[in-house]
Design a protein around this ligand. Structure first.
Ligand code: C2E
Ligand code: CA
Ligand code: CA
Ligand code: CA
Length: 277
């Protein structure tokens, strides 16, 4: 106790503690967020470049905490993963997104796809495959309307079992998208071993389209490669018409981004779809 007079904490920069405290605080409130219905899904449309029609949506989680206010998934998903809360949150996202998309199918008669982000922590669960099949059955959604978005980092852990789980789901008709493609440590040689249906080119490449000639070749090459492998190629984070022109010229399949729409809540989805049926 006598040493406490030295007040060691004042020698530290206060900001050093903030991230930890903030993390603890977020985790504390995350624990009750699910039971208190504080999560909501927003949906961002994907558009087929060839037809200009909406082909599906990506579900993106939103957390409006009565205490913390709006918290970005960029800050809480990592904490949800570290605390393993993502297992429950991720399952909720999958069930909720499937339920909603089934209601969209019932009302429009059009089999829009729904893409759901899956964390490595979820995938490593023994009952992951069962959980996905169960949630599909419960929603009544067609398997080929569900797309699971995974990142390359997923394959850095338990490569064999991850490939086998995703391969099994793919054999049941569920689609698998490789998200943020190009930002991880992917080697082209392992790309062909992955049970995937879709490549999502990261926004970084889309942003670079306008300023560097070689990045145009780069994007074009990814698209050609994806097509040779029988994959659908989606461009993420498309914000302006010039980017779309490049992508159209390079024969990219789909775009997603603010140019088409920001992620919107359910009623926004109905508004987007209204002119189409
Ligand atoms: P992501 O999967 O790469 O999702 C795309 C992010 O880019 C979303 O941010 C979306 O709102 C944003 N975005 C879309 N179009 C544009 C554009 O044209 N310009 C710009 N600047 N941004 C655009 P969001 O919703 O904040 O999500 C951030 C990340 O959080 C996601 O990145 C994903 O990794 C994670 N995430 C979101 N929802 C979930 C979820 O339900 N489960 C898991 N495991 N992760 C999620
Ligand atoms: Ca995603
Ligand atoms: Ca992405
Ligand atoms: Ca991302």
């Amino acid at each position: 106790a006598k040493e406490e007079g030295k007040s060691t904490y004042v020698v530290y920069d206060k900001s050093m503690h903030t991230p930890f405290n903030e993390r603890m605080n977020i985790e504390k409130h995350l624990r009750s967020a699910m039971n208190n219905n504080e999560f909501e899904l927003h949906y961002q449309p994907q558009v087929e470049i060839g037809t200009g029609m909406i082909s599906g949506f990506e579900a993106l989680i939103r957390w409006n905490s009565p205490v913390l206010g709006f918290v970005s998934p960029l800050s809480f998903i990592k904490i949800a993963e570290d605390s393993r809360l993502i297992i429950y949150i991720g399952e909720w996202v999958l069930r909720e997104a499937s339920r909603f998309m089934k209601s969209v199918h019932d009302r429009t008669g059009i089999p829009y796809k729904i893409s759901v982000n899956i964390s490595i922590i979820q995938l490593l669960q023994d009952d992951f495959v069962e959980m996905v099949l169960d949630s599909l059955a419960e929603s009544g959604l067609e398997p080929n309307c569900l797309e699971l978005e995974i990142t390359e980092s997923i394959f850095m852990e338990s490569f064999e079992s991850t490939v086998s789980k995703l391969g099994f789901l793919k054999s049941r008709g569920i689609r698998i998208a490789l998200d943020d493609f190009g930002t991880g440590y992917s080697s082209l040689s392992y790309l062909q071993q992955l049970p995937i249906s879709t490549l999502k080119m990261d926004k970084i490449f889309i942003d670079s389209l306008e300023d560097k000639a070689y990045s145009q070749s780069f994007v074009q090459t990814i698209i050609i490669l994806g097509h040779k492998m029988g994959l659908d190629v989606v461009a993420e984070g498309v914000e302006d018409a010039r980017q779309l022109e490049f992508l159209k010229q390079f024969d990219c399949d789909k775009i997603q981004g603010y140019l088409i729409s920001r992620p919107v809540p359910e009623r926004g989805v109905w508004e987007l779809l209204e002119p189409h049926y």
